[in-house]
Design a protein around this ligand. Sequence first.
Ligand code: DAH
Length: 346
Amino acid sequence: MQEKLTAIVAGVQESAPKLQTRAEFEAYKATISGPKGALTDVMKGMGKVPKEDKPAMGKLINEAKTAVQAAFDRVVERIEAAELAAKLGPAIDPSLPAPDSTRGTLHPIAQVREEMVALFRRIGFSVAEATEVETEHYCFDALNIPSDHPARDMQDSYYLPDDLRVNNVSKLGDEKYLLRTHTSTVQIRTMLESKPPIRIVAPGRCFRRDTPDATHSANFHQIEGLYVDKDVTLLDLKATLDHFVKTIFGPKAKTRLRPSFFPFTEPSFEMDFFSPDLGKLSNKWIEIMGCGMVDPEVFKAVGIDPEVYTGYAFGMGIERIAMILQNVDDIRYYYQNDVRFLKQFA
Ligand code: DAH
């Protein structure tokens, strides 16, 4: 019996490495551990082994079974690896040009952002940035937004935990951090860092607690504009906005400033535009931004003398402009990353 077992194990160890396919393996395995297999046969002989020899024989059989199983496991592992390699095909050379020649493009919102930024750059604006995490001071107080303003409510903004520390976002006191609700924060950060003349646009992401629907998203984008110098007047603002609207929506587009209120500008306006060739939106006034002359309180908050300097500011949602230009009627399309949608703007 013992010799038989040794022979079986030796046979398996010699034959197993030569098995190439699953079928070969299954057929071979049957000759060893199948119902009529050699190892099964030896096990059947246990009945005839004298009682006192049984424990020793049982031990030998178990050792043989373990050795055979180990050899079989190696075969399965090897065959599976070979099957996978066959499925994957030849190794890829990453230095070769991509077989798929379609290249990605900028996201439609980024395309409109770039177009707007390029326009303002051509007329002397540079691009300023600040963080998306802000403090209440820079998001509200410095912009003359009173403490009872609804934007400051927990329900309207995303506040961050009190014990959070963000090293690259300076705090004035122990005010809370929140996700910026508008890009007007960049006005403050820029005026604190640089002296007039200042002429910047600040494109960026903003956050407000909103229930998503066709025109609202909790996460959206704005472009802020700020021009501070001696003798900046409302005429400069109007001329800049006229130029912006005509460049973006075509030379026949007109602008209108409608009196409004923002805590950080005085006077404040909503700017509407009107275009005769805008499809469904033709020939009606469409509101696209808030603007005005920088409020003296804001200048005081950043240490600029309002007796010497004046300035204008404006802010608008990029999605709103994109939806008009790209004929998109639901803002949610921009965030779903459905290639069928995105491809239309490639
Ligand atoms: N920050 C305002 C908002 O999010 C938009 C705005 C209005 C920005 C007037 C301005 C401005 O710079 O002058 O609703």
